[in-house]
Design a protein around this ligand. Structure first.
Ligand code: 5GP
Ligand code: ZN
Length: 115
């Protein structure tokens, strides 16, 4: 699946909505969260629309290793690779997920507490 009409993260991936991009490859893009919940709060998304219900195809899954390698690179650059960080994906209503385009949050830069 490519671009999904009305999806804010598809529009960010295409540069139609500006964002503070920190990392990019042909398959994924990472940018700072507009409402940061910690000193470092970055979102990593596949450029192609992948719904966030983990209703994944084989092609979607092939992007996942790159997301983890991107997280490694980004956290090193942000100076939190050694200090530690949280890498999370909200999935579905009870998680509080707002955007239905698969995304991983990198949260760090302070002690995060149990949740
Ligand atoms: P979710 O709750 O779906 O896991 O996370 C969605 C995240 O996207 C939220 O943390 C929210 O602040 C962020 N967000 C929503 N709209 C935008 C936007 O237009 N630009 C950026 N940079 N972040 C956004
Ligand atoms: Zn999308």
């Amino acid at each position: 699946m490519g671009n999904v009409e009305g999806c804010i993260f598809c529009q960010i991936a295409q540069g139609k909505i500006p964002s503070d991009v920190v990392f990019e490859t042909d398959k994924l893009i990472a940018f700072r969260d507009i409402h940061p919940k910690s000193p470092v709060h970055i979102l990593i998304i596949p450029k192609n629309h992948v719904n966030a219900r983990l209703d994944l195809t084989q092609q979607d899954v092939e992007t996942l290793p790159e997301i983890f390698l991107a997280a490694k690179e980004i956290t090193r650059k942000e100076g939190i690779g050694e200090r530690g960080f949280r890498l999370i994906a909200n999935v579905g209503p009870e998680s509080g997920q707002e955007v239905d385009h698969l995304h991983f949050h990198i949260l760090g830069g302070k002690r995060l507490g149990p949740m």
